[in-house]
Design a protein around this ligand. Structure first.
Ligand SMILES: *C/C=C(C)/C=C/C=C(C)/C=C/C1=C(C)CCCC1(C)C
Length: 244
């Protein structure tokens, strides 16, 4: 087992993404925490949350990497613990950005509620997938999870978040929130692709993609979404700090 942990994973792309994912999350956190000092007071909390998102992910990647190296299995529980903390924090980012235009805390709770539905259903779909894989099981919980996802997507594009951003009168907030909505549409859509690679999943049964791809897609998506989200928030903060 020790040997496994020490082997440099030169021909294992999944191990590679666990290692680089860890370093990238850590570096991003250092960046967001330091840059907090260079933005206006009203944006400091947003940058702190960006740093917490990548920081929480860095710690989880540290453990997921070990778990994967030692067992070769998907670290499903660690993965969902990470998401259960970080996705609600991404909802907090939407709330903080639209608060300038009068967002109420009920908006935050609706977004968090939808993300919990999305993640609990996804966890049941993956962790309780019967031995050998069940298509019925993965589809059922995947669909329930998608309801939560679509709710967040709708809110960001056409619902309360979009409307508040439009009425904020702040160009940086308007374009920034629209960019984040793109992340939710394109970046977050990578996760269901990974999910469908588990045994019995649609991509597993139709294209033969095996369950190692689950982590490959999740790791790539996490790097794009967690670091990307933070950078968008950072650019909103710096450009509107300059305006003010
Ligand atoms: C930092 C982590 C993030 C942004 C995680 C996002 C996760 C999702 C958008 C997951 C979505 C899923 C579905 C829409 C259906 C299948 C099950 C999930 C949980 C993979």
């Amino acid at each position: 087992m020790f040997l496994d942990l020490l082997t440099i994973p030169k021909d294992d792309p999944i191990a590679f993404t666990f290692f680089t994912g860890y370093m990238a999350m850590l570096a991003a956190s250092v960046f967001f925490f330091f840059e907090r000092g260079s933005v206006d007071g009203k944006w400091k909390l947003s940058l702190l949350v960006s740093g917490l998102i990548t920081g929480i992910a860095a710690v989880h990647y540290y453990y997921m990497r070990d778990y994967y190296m030692a067992t070769g299995e998907n670290p499903t529980a660690l993965r969902y613990i990470d998401w259960t903390l970080t996705v609600p924090l991404m909802c907090v980012e939407f709330y903080l950005l639209t608060k300038v235009a009068g967002a109420k805390s009920s908006l935050l709770w609706k977004l968090i509620g939808a993300s919990v539905l999305m993640l609990v259903a996804g966890y049941i779909g993956e962790a309780f997938n019967p031995e050998g894989g069940s298509t019925a099981h993965s589809v059922k919980w995947g669909v329930i999870s998608t309801v939560g996802y679509v709710y967040i997507l709708y809110t960001a594009w056409y619902g309360e978040v979009a409307n508040l951003a439009a009425s904020s009168g702040n160009e940086a907030v308007k374009t920034g929130v629209r960019t984040l909505a793109w992340f939710v549409l394109v970046g977050w859509a990578i996760y269901p692709i990974g999910y469908m690679c588990m045994p019995g999943g649609w991509l597993n049964t139709s294209l033969g993609w095996d369950s190692t791809n689950v982590d490959l897609f999740y790791n790539i998506a996490d790097a794009i979404n967690k670091i990307g989200f933070g950078l968008v928030v950072y650019s909103i903060a710096t450009s509107s700090s300059k305006e003010a």
